[in-house]
Design a protein around this ligand. Structure first.
Ligand code: FAD
Length: 407
């Protein structure tokens, strides 16, 4: 006996959005999350403006909890010799705190009728003509199950086994470190202005990856992210100290404040899985690797995928066909929406890692490339890149602006 149409495992932004749209479409939905909400999540807390173009129904829940917008970004080359200072023409990115944001999206799902069960750990699944989800609070039955518990998702590993996809290795997985120290509104106003300028440093201290500061009202979100192969070979505490010292030197962090502690979380950087379905099952968000390999942005892709999933789930419920073949429509739909964009991002992530000095050099000379780069990095243009071709533009600049430096 199926108690639910859909059980969503994981109540982060991807799972909660799936539950929101599923419940809104009249399905009987249960969301299960191991944490007690509100809960925090290691993140830069930067949200791209196109979110509301795709998910306008969530705007009333999210808009009130946006801390502030950021109107420009300063991107520094590794040597700090070149800098891209890009003012967002429209659709500025927003700063949020995850504790508040994630809670608001989950509450939105509850508001439209999804049942929310927190402090409950999902441990296993049994496929028996439907799905039995085994949890720390007992078993629950459903017709469909959604994997949205993040990079170590159990359903995702079942999909991998079934569809012959290898686990991510250290060249594909990343780790991002961050902290949100309170520095006071006066300090943020003075050093990041009311534009709340975003700050990005490529390869700080020569380490493969990038550092960032995303200023909010009175706190700074400071972080550093890179591939595991790089993070594993460094002394994390030293790099963190060095990065804070660099920020202190340039006036971006209070000189008399102690170095904040650091926390980290895994980040899939290999692009989405080549299969995101199996019988009765869909994967959304980090579970499916839907993260920008360039910037680490994952909230938008995961939430967008959650909405895209609804048509396929509805069709499966109506036709009583929960086969992988039928559910593969979801894979095609999200691939069409943002698959190409994530591929472009992979190419730029490669360039930004291999020749960051040169990429910032080109960007600082060519407004068009700069715009594309900021778009790819921060997803600021509603509707994505359209006809703009980042790869041919980068090649064009390579010819137009001869570069004789290193990197
Ligand atoms: C340091 C860092 C900085 C980042 N900065 C940004 C940024 O600025 N902007 C951006 O867009 N993205 C950013 N990202 C990526 C972003 O955080 C993720 O892409 C996003 O959180 C994905 O959402 P999700 O719902 O798929 O997964 P999550 O947000 O990870 O949610 C998964 C949920 O599943 C629950 N869960 C886990 N295991 C179980 C279980 N066994 N049973 C039940 N529940 C379970 C967890 O409690 C959690 O609530 C960053 C990531 C990191 C690590």
């Amino acid at each position: 006996m199926n108690e639910y149409d859909v059980i969503v495992c994981g109540g982060g932004p991807s799972g909660a959005t799936t539950a929101f749209y599923a419940a809104k479409a009249g399905m009987k939905v249960l969301v299960i999350d191991k944490s007690k909400f509100p809960r925090d999540k290691a993140c830069g807390g930067l949200l791209t403006a196109r979110l509301f173009d795709e998910l306008p129904e969530l705007e009333p829940y999210i808009k009130p909890i946006i801390e502030c917008a950021s109107n420009d970004v300063n991107l520094y080359s590794p040597s700090m010799k070149y800098k891209i200072d890009f003012e967002f023409p429209e659709g500025t990115p927003w700063n949020i705190t995850r504790e508040v944001f994630d809670n608001a999206v989950l509450e939105a799902a509850g508001d439209v009728g999804a049942e929310i069960m927190t402090q409950t750990r999902v441990s296993d699944f049994e496929f028996n003509g439907g799905v039995t989800v085994k949890t720390s609070k007992g078993d629950f039955n459903s017709k469909m199950v959604i994997g949205a518990t993040g990079p170590n998702d159990k359903l995702a590993s079942m999909v991998r086994d079934k569809r012959n996809i290898k686990p991510w290795n250290d060249n594909q997985m990343g780790t991002a470190l961050m902290w949100e120290p309170v520095v006071g509104k006066d300090f943020v106003d003075k050093n990041y202005s009311d534009k709340r300028s975003l700050l990005v440093h490529f390869k700080p201290g020569g380490i493969d990856g990038y550092g960032w500061v995303f200023p909010k009202q009175e706190i700074l979100n400071i972080g550093f992210g890179g591939y595991n192969r790089a993070i594993k070979s460094i002394k994390v505490k030293e790099i963190w100290e060095d990065y804070i010292n660099l920020l202190k030197k340039d006036g971006y962090f209070p000189k008399d404040q102690a170095t904040p502690p650091v926390k980290g979380a895994p980040l899939p950087l290999a692009g989405p899985l080549k299969a995101t379905t199996m019988d009765h099952t869909l994967l959304v968000g980090d579970s499916a690797g839907m993260v920008s390999p360039l910037s680490g942005e994952g909230i938008y892709y995961g939430m967008h995928a959650g909405k895209i999933a609804i048509d396929t789930i509805q069709n499966a419920l109506e036709t009583n066909d929960f086969s992988q073949k039928n559910l593969d429509q979801y894979h095609r739909d999200w691939s069409k929406a943002f698959g190409k964009e994530l591929k472009d991002l992979s190419f730029f992530a490669y360039l930004a890692l291999k020749i960051p000095e040169r990429m910032v050099y080109y960007g600082s000379r060519d407004d068009k490339l700069c715009e594309i780069f900021a778009d790819l990095f921060l997803g600021v243009t509603p509707g994505g890149l359209g006809k703009r071709k980042p790869i041919s533009r980068a090649m064009y600049d390579a010819i137009r602006y001869p570069y004789f430096g290193l990197g």
